[in-house]
Design a binder for this molecule. Structure first.
Ligand code: PFF
Length: 444
């Protein structure tokens, strides 16, 4: 990413796809998806989740990238650049608030990943069972200075990437790392499926018990879909602004959605069979993968090397997401201050945002309740709300022909699809999100 927002910094199409996929694929897929699915009925959750990805995910990803590409601005300047007035400025601020809430807990979990990577290098979990691993996790989260130290490491690393503008390196690295992550996950799934009792986990994940679908499950699935795809927070506006003009928004969005969903399902295929084989409760919450993953490695050949490799990949997947999260806030601060008497340059913005994140993360470390609130408020409420507003913005406040021009040709099937897209973001998505909100609140 460039320091200068007017220079598109993704020189290649692959670069943009990888950066967007890097933002999407992260802890949301590997850490959050399995535990939220575990808490919300497994198979029933999976079906609702996939429906959400199809109905909301793809069109909204396109919508957010479109706002960025069209305006060429960050979340701060995008709406006002398109409308030529600041009536939608509240939406920019809402993006910033959501980014800050998410970063509060996301960096803490990234810190946990760093801890597990270091533990894997020291082969700390040799021969450990589920009980020992649960105790290990609890002693980590109970030790506030250590947790804070790892969180700080994650924040400093992300800040360094944004400071030195070394995203290009990360882009290049992602070309190797993304496929490697997928290969590792396939290998782990293969091993887990050979464990005794793994079929129970597979049925839990793939057999839907429709009686388990409640308004809360639908709300959780919708929130997870937005979180996992990084929709409704301005990250994709920022990336859309860096998009080469010739690149197709729909093709990029489709590729990112498919990759992100594949990684989430693969994580479920790894975690649930292991959960049942090792006698762990699938509704164990945020600690789920940290208890199950090291146990899986102990069953694999080359356990030491495999666990180091996997936790390294997990840390990298987490960091490519924290980069996109922090970039939203940094670009926001530099843009917002650029027309004032005291413009804040990129370096100062990195420091300012870094300090805010440290404070938010400290709150999450001190109180698991605050951790949970930040998570729920941002993914279940703020992200869908912002996405709803973005759908209305593009659907009703941007010239219809511009949208048809971006997404389709003059006639033919592409034109029809663009027309369908327009109807979806104008009517269907706002009404569906509203219905899920009212349902979740018990009002309807
Ligand atoms: N999509 C990321 C994940 O699944 O881990 C989390 C995330 C990154 C959310 C960036 C929002 C965002 F802007």
């Amino acid at each position: 990413m460039s320091t200068n927002h007017h220079t598109p910094s993704f020189s290649s199409k692959v670069g943009l796809i990888l950066a967007t996929a890097g933002s999407a694929v992260g802890l949301g897929n590997i850490w959050k998806f399995p535990y939220v699915a575990g808490e919300n009925g497994g198979g029933a959750f999976l079906i609702i989740y996939l429906l959400c990805v199809l109905i909301f995910g793809l069109p909204l990803l396109m919508t957010e990238l479109f706002i960025g590409k069209r305006s060429g601005k960050s979340a701060f300047g995008a709406f006002r650049a398109i409308r030529n007035n600041s009536r939608w400025q509240w939406l920019s601020w809402l993006c910033m608030i959501t980014a800050i809430l998410i970063m509060g807990f996301y960096f803490v979990v990234t810190g946990w990943c760093f801890h597990y990577l270091i533990a894997a290098i020291g082969h700390v979990f040799r021969g450990a069972d589920a009980i020992t691993l649960t105790e290990h996790f609890q002693s980590l989260t109970g030790n506030l200075p250590v947790t804070f130290g790892y969180t700080l490491l994650a924040i400093l690393l992300t800040a360094a990437v944004l400071w030195f503008d070394v995203n290009k390196g990360i882009e290049r690295l992602s070309k190797i790392l993304m496929p490697l992550l997928l290969i590792m996950m396939f290998l782990m799934a293969g091993r887990v499926l050979m464990l005794d009792g793994s079929n129970v986990g597979m049925s839990f994940f793939f057999q839907a018990d429709f009686s388990k679908i409640t308004p809360q499950v639908v709300l959780a699935a919708m929130g997870q879909c937005f979180f996992s795809l990084s929709i409704g927070m301005g990250a994709l506006i920022t990336y859309g602004a860096y998009m080469p003009k010739s690149q197709s928004i729909s093709a990029t969005s489709l590729q990112v959605v498919l990759l992100d969903t594949a990684v989430a399902i693969l994580a479920g295929v790894i975690i649930f069979p292991a959960v049942f084989a090792f006698g762990v409760d699938p509704a164990e919450g945020p600690q789920l993968v940290f208890v199950v993953l090291p146990a899986i490695f102990e069953q694999m050949s080359f356990s030491w090397l495999s666990s180091i490799l996997f936790f390294s990949l997990l840390c990298i997947a987490a960091v490519t997401s924290t980069i996109s999260l922090m970039e939203v806030a940094v670009a926001f601060v530099t843009d917002a201050s650029s027309h004032t008497k005291h413009p804040i340059n990129r370096h100062k913005a990195v420091i300012l945002v870094g300090v805010i994140i440290v404070l938010m993360a400290a709150l999450c470390i001190l109180s698991p309740t605050i951790f949970g609130w930040f998570d729920k408020i941002s993914s279940c409420w703020l992200m869908p709300l912002i996405a709803l507003a973005m759908a209305l913005f593009v659907g009703w406040f941007i010239n219809k022909d511009d949208i048809l021009h971006e997404f389709g040709s003059q006639r033919g099937w592409k034109h029809h699809l663009a027309f369908v897209y327009l109807q979806i973001i104008r009517y269907f998505i706002p009404l569906a999100i509203l219905a899920i909100f009212l349902n979740g609140l018990g009002i309807w």
